[in-house]
Design a protein around this ligand. Structure first.
Ligand code: NDP
Length: 295
């Protein structure tokens, strides 16, 4: 099966790498040097434009920052619509927004091209290991076609509803992740100031009911060690929290907690800048509190 992959960012590149060697793979990236470097390292060829990348492809995957970025690739003489053929399938692995995904699906559907939103969770390590969770919004027939391709990088691949449902679930997931990051940072900073060693605090929390992925994995691996790797931009997490709060507003569900989470991420982003990592708000909390969570 001829596959095209567009968007070789922090998570897109390792996802695309897992598709290499399974059949013909063409890659495209806005910054072309990333696509040529990828093609040198993997069994893939680099295309100069989206149209060229998808020409002849049966399945096309996109993984860009936002749904608006994906929508922006559709038109123009070098755009996706100029190259996609009827009967093909576009899987958008961007953590996107439901309304834009539905609009993209309608435009593609009118040309006989199937679409699924298929955002992922599990981070860059999960992409490398092929253990991502994939949340698919599509009709049943499209999901059945998508699954074997998504298995290249996904371990748990769930059909969660119609187009847009994957985006909605991913946004809520990341809003909950953000809430945990902010809350665990605040709680640990206070415990350090109260005289509890960070390692002890985490060990006890992780044997108690306040534990989470943030306390069990992210803080021990990245904060306690002082490693602070940069794997997921804070700007993207803030984008996801914004999609989630819009969803809550659309559905009429009052969301004082998640709105506060979104506002705090926006404040942190304004202060820390576009290149900040998603765990940097914990560093901001440390600085504001005058403590370090290490050990
Ligand atoms: P990066 O910021 O590392 O990469 C973004 C990618 O999108 C790059 O390839 C970039 O191209 C491309 N891009 C951005 N805007 C445009 C545009 N207007 N036109 C064409 N290409 C564009 O992001 P990630 O790889 O980390 O994230 C990609 C998606 O996956 C996001 O939606 C994110 O929320 C989601 N995600 C990320 C995870 C992670 O751990 N990093 C985990 C789960 C989901 P260029 O190289 O030219 O800048």
């Amino acid at each position: 099966m001829h596959v095209a992959f567009l968007g070789l960012g922090a998570i897109g590149a390792p996802m695309a790498a897992r598709l290499a060697g399974r059949g013909p793979l063409t890659v495209w990236n806005r910054t072309g040097a990333r696509a040529s470097a990828f093609a040198e390292r993997h069994a893939a060829s680099a295309a100069a434009t989206p149209r060229e990348a998808v020409r002849g492809a049966e399945v096309v995957l996109t993984c860009l920052s936002t749904s608006a970025d994906v929508e922006g690739l559709l038109d123009g003489p070098e755009g996706l619509l100029a190259g996609l053929r009827a009967g093909s399938l576009l899987l958008d692995c961007t953590s996107g927004d439901p309304a834009t995904s539905r609009r993209i699906a309608a435009r593609l559907g009118a040309r006989g091209i199937a679409f699924a939103d298929a955002p992922v969770s599990g981070g860059t390590n999960g992409a490398e290991a092929g253990t991502l969770t994939v949340m698919v919004g599509a009709d049943a027939a499209t999901f059945a076609r998508a699954r074997p391709v998504l298995e290249a990088f996904g371990r748990r691949i769930e059909h969660v509803g119609p187009v847009g449902a994957g985006d909605a679930l991913k946004a809520v997931n990341n809003a909950l992740l953000a809430a945990n990051i902010l809350a665990v940072g605040e709680g640990l900073a206070a415990l350090v100031k109260a005289g509890v060693a960070p390692r002890t605090a985490l060990d006890v929390l992780n044997a108690s009911s306040g534990r989470s992925f943030v306390s069990e994995v992210l803080v021990p691996e990245r904060v306690l060690t002082g490693a602070w790797p940069r794997t997921f931009r804070l700007a993207l997490l803030a984008k996801d929290a914004g999609i989630a709060t819009a969803l809550l507003a659309d559905t009429g569900v009052a969301a004082p907690v998640l709105e506060r989470v979104h506002a705090t991420l926006a404040e942190a982003l304004a202060e820390l800048g576009a290149s900040a990592d998603y765990l940097d708000p914990i560093r901001r909390t440390e600085q504001q509190a005058g403590v370090e969570i290490r050990g």
